[in-house]
Design a protein around this ligand. Structure first.
Ligand SMILES: Cc1cc2nc3c(=O)[nH]c(=O)nc-3n(C[C@H](O)[C@H](O)[C@H](O)COP(=O)(O)OP(=O)(O)OC[C@H]3O[C@@H](n4cnc5c(N)ncnc54)[C@H](O)[C@@H]3O)c2cc1C
Length: 451
């Protein structure tokens, strides 16, 4: 559909890749992003001359076509990094994902025996169709791993991380978000080999031992390079352009109001990557109350990153380490992945905390607690921390609360009446892609609209 007028709302990696695909298909592309730079969750933040990611962001090469586009756009800025991550568990550091021998060494023998028995019983029970798990994450986890392992490993951590007990989260959360415990898979494989368990797809999104892609300036290089490449190909990229209103006549989207200016969009094709509730709020006339109510039930877990400059050559061995019983759930040291840090003899830490807007973690008043936990983990002493800055993400993680599927369906069914609009990406489809999957979503949406 050469010459189509394509408008993209939101300049995260999904929107940027959608623009790239639109240009491939001969469209005229305009992309609106509310921030001054592109990249959304994957963008970088510069403080005191150093770059900080919003949680260390590395590109996976699973999707060949997308990887090659990013590789070509980044050129020599791209560096390859072997994945090295740890998890702190039971007072010790283990490789993450957990390996079989880590589990054997890390769990007290009696607990291990209980967990294995539970795992085995869960496998046997899953053979009876009448024993289908309930719709919540707690039932799904118990069905997958057995009650003892659920209680030992998942229950408390999930509750603290999300602020929601697994019994109030949807089972879909387990399928889409929970990283697979590879050590458990080891045992499951053993049971399968002994024909004591049937082969099943447990969870998706497993972390693997793989080569990742990064840059000496962190995650910012990827969206910056993509934006540069699509601008050179003729896309009209508009930073500092907040979408205020999306007007329709019940059949098509007719116009978009951006920073006070109305853009006629009657004959445009539109991709929205904005958070779904924001898109619904910006529609004029407003959708029926049941749709607005459904959209307001789609909630996101905010996140605050404490970006620290530390007077120390190095704080940890891994790229990042997961913590189960600290105020933060993950700490990354991107220098270990090749990030350039100034001045010499210093490093940076990216300390990730899930939070609520306005709480101590969000406001920064949790800093003493953060510093104390970093010291307890022997990462750095409070006096080593030269400066700290906060990076906020209101829409970090969609919350798959119990019954969210119905609300999402209601909103998507409503939007389906507009043939010139697709809402996609992490925020627009209310899902959990990695960067490459978010970019794939952008490409697929374009194919649907333009082909
Ligand atoms: C802590 C963390 C770590 C992660 N680590 C990795 C990793 O290592 N590797 C990986 O592959 N993935 C990682 N991800 C996932 C990845 O960041 C996201 O899935 C991906 O960046 C989503 O891209 P998106 O474009 O769909 O959404 P977003 O990046 O959220 O983009 C949406 C865009 O819309 C803009 N916007 C919002 N409202 C408006 C408005 N009114 N007007 C105009 N623009 C607006 C936003 O500013 C934003 O730029 C991580 C995610 C998190 C939270």
């Amino acid at each position: 559909m050469s010459g189509a007028d394509l408008k993209i709302l939101g300049g995260g990696v999904c929107g940027l890749y959608a623009a790239h695909r639109g240009l491939d298909l001969g469209a005229r592309v305009t992309l609106f992003e509310k921030e001054a730079s592109f990249g959304g969750l994957a963008s970088g933040h510069q403080f005191d001359g150093n770059w900080f990611d919003l949680g260390v962001h590395m590109l996976h090469a699973f999707d060949r076509e997308i990887f090659e586009t990013c590789r070509d756009a980044m050129g020599p800025e791209r560096i390859e990094v072997p994945l090295k991550s740890h998890i702190r568990w039971g007072g010790k550091l283990y490789h993450y994902p957990l390996r079989g021998r880590d589990i054997l060494a890390g769990i007290p023998p009696l607990t291990l025996a209980r967990c294995l028995t539970g795992l085995f019983l869960a496998e046997i029970e899953s053979r009876y169709p009448s024993r289908r798990p309930g719709p919540d994450a707690e039932s799904a986890l118990i069905e997958l791993y057995g009650a003892p392992l659920y209680e030992f490993f998942f229950e408390d951590f999930t509750h603290r991380y999300w602020g929601i007990h697994p019994s109030d989260l949807s089972a879909e959360f387990v399928r889409r978000k929970m990283p697979r415990l590879s050590a458990i898979d080891v045992f499951k494989n053993l049971l399968e080999k002994l024909r004591l368990a049937k082969p099943r797809n447990a969870t998706e999104g497993a972390l693997r031992f793989e080569t990742l892609h990064y840059s000496h300036t962190g995650s910012e290089a990827l969206p910056r390079s993509l934006a540069k490449s699509i601008a050179q190909r003729g896309a009209d990229l508009r930073p500092d352009s907040c979408i205020e209103k999306v007007s329709h006549d019940g059949e098509r989207i007719r116009s978009i109001t951006v920073a006070g200016k109305e853009w006629d969009s009657s004959s445009s094709q539109i991709i929205s990557t904005l958070p779904l509730p924001l898109l619904i709020q910006s529609l004029e006339p407003a959708p029926p109350p049941e749709v607005t109510a459904a959209a307001s039930r789609l909630r996101y877990k905010p996140m605050t990153v404490y970006a620290l400059l530390v007077r120390k050559e190095r704080c940890m061995e891994a790229l990042y380490t997961y913590y189960r019983d600290r105020i933060f759930h993950r700490v990354g040291e991107p220098k270990n992945a090749g990030l350039r840090v100034t001045p010499e003899g210093h490093t940076t830490l990216i300390v990730e905390t899930t939070c609520e807007v306005g709480d101590d973690k969000w406001n920064g008043t949790a800093l003493p607690h953060i510093l104390a936990d970093l010291e307890s983990e022997q990462l750095c002493a409070p006096e080593d921390v030269v400066s700290h800055h906060l990076i906020h993400a209101r829409h970090a993680y969609p919350i798959f609360s119990l019954g969210f599927e119905k609300s999402l369906q209601k909103v998507m069914d409503y939007l389906a009446q507009f043939p010139n609009l697709i809402s996609t990406g992490r925020q627009g489809a209310f899902t959990y892609p990695n960067m490459h999957s978010a970019m794939r979503m952008g490409a697929e949406a374009i194919d649907k609209l333009l082909k």
